[in-house]
Ligand binder design. Structure first.
Ligand SMILES: Cc1cc2nc3c(=O)[nH]c(=O)nc-3n(C[C@H](O)[C@H](O)[C@H](O)COP(=O)(O)OP(=O)(O)OC[C@H]3O[C@@H](n4cnc5c(N)ncnc54)[C@H](O)[C@@H]3O)c2cc1C
Length: 437
């Protein structure tokens, strides 16, 4: 049994200190409950800016915040750093790598993980972008390739090391492609004057007929135009069929030599084992309109992992940070009602719009009511929204100063190769592979 002091209050175990889990803990702070939060990391990750860590724009520490620090003012709160493996719903217990623990209520807020759609070869060689270590791996890998390109005489090899393919034309793919285009235009030629950057290709692949499928057509077209300005080649209606670490085979028959393929083509739910198969669908957990897991009275799920179907969201809500935050908030209010013996109230998502940035002065924003913004104004909104959403004042300040510095100096200061450990990346992906078998 994991040592947690006994309490007269009911115990709420929350698995996952992401957007949903953190919001829930903060909002439960004055209720008569004992809260135990589990996360496999001791920090919260601000995933929307992972791509800036991968492209040398931000230090990793500025998009992460220690969970203990953030949540320490909460009364009756305990944090344990551990991965939760299994739920035993009959006995109200969870099993983790550090032991087991009983719960009165359980909340699963474990987010999502990269979906390679069963393509083993791509999973083994592509770079996902879901966690800080992965962003750091990618940054080092790209820079190591430029170092290697300077010493090879083989022109094919040189080009292959410089080329980068990004798979997935959603917000993450577009943002990574734009940031890499900016690096190619303003920074890399200064760092590597002996390389011919005319020979470097940045290619963004999207399987559907347009970029940013979740946004308006106006924004898709704008994003396309902005990417062209950064010399990113966009292939629409094109899938990657195979990748062996050196060459990508595309569905249009083309083969591209590249040592770097970034996978931004999909995520799927990520949950501990033990729930009944009837409460799962398409790798997410089915919940009712009050976030209660289908078939269970005292288990809830919130955020990316929860599939709450409604007439408006027939496949559940989009996997976005505002959905997770709003569900965490709402669930706390429902816990208050539950403890008072009142009826729970259904969740309604307030969609405040969607956005993506492509680079300096270039972003697209879709606001409710058909307002479509682009260019500098959208870029300003994008920066403001991200700055206020980052957790922790220090992080907000560091990110803001970095952005100001980068804007005026045309520099990205974290071009450091500090972890040459591709084998570890392969091990991580191997682990994912075992899980999906
Ligand atoms: C690269 C990238 C860019 C994105 N950009 C945007 C954007 O611009 N705007 C936007 O709205 N959304 C964006 N998203 C999506 C957004 O980040 C997610 O919707 C949001 O993080 C979901 O919050 P969550 O609380 O459900 O899960 P998460 O924030 O993913 O948190 C889950 C937590 O659970 C922990 N965990 C998982 N499994 C276990 C386990 N078994 N045991 C213990 N702990 C566990 C994890 O360590 C993690 O801390 C982006 C995502 C990515 C990957």
């Amino acid at each position: 049994m994991i040592p947690i002091p006994s309490s007269d209050f009911p115990r709420v175990i929350i698995v996952g200190g992401g957007f949903a889990g953190v919001k829930l803990v903060k909002k439960l702070k004055n209720l008569p409950v004992q809260i135990v939060l589990f996360d496999r990391n001791n920090y919260h990750t601000f995933q929307p800016l992972l791509y800036q860590v991968a492209t040398a724009g931000l230090e990793p520490d500025s998009i992460a915040d220690p969970l203990r620090k953030q949540l320490e003012p909460v009364k009756n709160f305990f944090f344990r750093m551990a991965e939760v493996h299994t739920i035993d719903s009959e006995n109200n217990k969870i099993f983790t790598e550090i032991g087991e623990l009983d719960y009165d209520y359980l909340v699963i807020a474990t987010g999502s993980r990269t979906n390679f759609f069963g393509n083993v070869s791509i999973m083994q060689h592509a770079f996902p972008l879901k966690q800080i270590p992965q962003a750091l791996d990618l940054r080092s890998h790209i820079l190591q390739n430029f170092e290697a390109a300077t010493i090879t005489e083989d022109l094919m090899e040189k080009k292959s090391r410089m080329n980068i393919v990004i798979v997935g034309g959603g917000p993450t793919g577009v943002e990574v492609a734009g940031a890499l285009g900016e690096l190619k235009k303003t920074i890399l030629p200064k760092d590597y004057p002996e390389l011919d950057f005319e020979k470097m290709s940045i290619i963004l692949l999207e399987g559907s007929p347009r970029l940013l499928g979740g946004m308006s057509e106006v924004s898709s077209e704008r994003a396309m135009k902005y990417l062209e300005k950064f010399h990113v080649q966009v292939y629409l209606n094109t899938l990657v069929e195979d990748y062996d670490g050196h060459g990508a085979k595309l569905s249009n028959g083309e083969e591209i030599n590249t040592h770097t393929l970034i996978w931004a083509a999909g995520v799927k739910g990520n949950y501990p084992e033990g729930l009944s198969p009837s409460s799962l669908e398409r790798d997410r957990i089915l919940v009712d309109e009050c976030n209660r897991v289908k078939g269970y009275d005292n288990i809830f799920a919130a955020g990316d992992i929860a599939s709450m179907k409604s007439e408006e969201y027939q496949r559940g809500h989009p996997m976005l940070a505002p959905v997770a935050i709003q569900q965490g908030n709402h669930l706390a209010k429902n816990f208050k009602r539950l403890l008072k013996g009142e009826e729970l109230k259904p969740f309604t998502y307030l969609d405040k719009g969607s956005m993506a940035t492509v680079g300096r002065n270039k972003a697209v924003v879709d606001l409710p009511g058909n307002a479509r913004l682009g260019g500098f104004m959208a870029w300003g909104i994008w920066m403001f929204v991200h700055l206020i959403s980052i957790i922790g004042f220090r992080n907000k300040l560091v990110v803001f100063l970095n952005w100001v510095w980068n804007y005026f100096t045309y520099d990205k200061g974290t071009r450091l190769i500090i972890r040459k450990f591709v084998p570890k990346r392969l091990r991580m992906q191997q682990k994912e592979l075992e899980v999906t078998k």
